[in-house]
Design a protein around this ligand. Structure first.
Ligand code: 5GP
Length: 177
């Protein structure tokens, strides 16, 4: 069976990604050493990044996940986001670090930061592997960012096209055909 679309050249190799993840983990381990840290993974795209980042952290940390759907339509629902799986644990007084695969328009994370901040955590910050600032609609402070990329669509290392390609260890440019 052939998955949809065509892989184009590698944008970020596995070695380059792993080296950057280690740098991010060092910074996070230092910044959060006095805090009750919870990583909040956004399903499903962030799971590979989160798993690698988590294993490089040297401080106590808990992990939780949530899942969202975004409406791709037009009109008043455009950009709307709905929670389809909530966190399992209470987050009051915990320091939350949202772990995301890519911040594009910022609509998804803008909604999530507002939703989580309303529950009384000690803090809510963002760690994203990829950042595409030129498409941003909702301005967001990104506490940790792996790489800035341009407008080209990418897959691999958790990022999908129609649910395929998540298992690739590198990040590839991609054509949907
Ligand atoms: P935002 O709400 O910031 O516009 O969208 C972020 C979400 O869009 C990401 O979590 C990801 O699911 C999806 N996305 C944005 N750009 C890409 C891309 O280049 N490749 C893939 N696979 N997903 C993307």
């Amino acid at each position: 069976m052939t998955p949809p679309g065509t892989l184009l050249p590698v944008l970020l190799s596995s070695d380059v990604i792993q080296a950057r993840v280690a740098e991010l983990a060092t910074a996070i381990s230092s910044d959060y050493r006095e805090q009750d840290l919870t990583l909040v993974g956004i399903l499903k795209g962030s799971v590979i990044f989160l798993a690698d980042l988590l294993r490089q952290l040297t401080i106590p940390v808990t992990v939780d996940f949530l899942a969202i759907t975004s409406y791709q339509g037009s009109g008043s629902q455009k950009g709307a986001v709905r929670l389809v799986k909530d966190l399992d644990e209470e987050i009051t007084d915990r320091s939350l670090l949202i772990v995301e695969d890519i911040v594009d328009t910022g609509l998804t994370l803008g909604y999530l930061v507002r939703t989580l901040a309303a529950r009384g955590p000690a803090s809510v910050r963002i760690c994203t592997l990829l950042d595409r600032p030129q498409r941003r609609i909702v301005p967001l402070p990104l506490a940790y960012r792996g790489f800035e990329i341009t407008d080209d669509f990418v897959v691999g290392y958790g990022l999908d096209y129609r649910q395929y390609y998540r298992q690739l260890p590198a990040i590839y440019l991609f054509s949907p055909d």
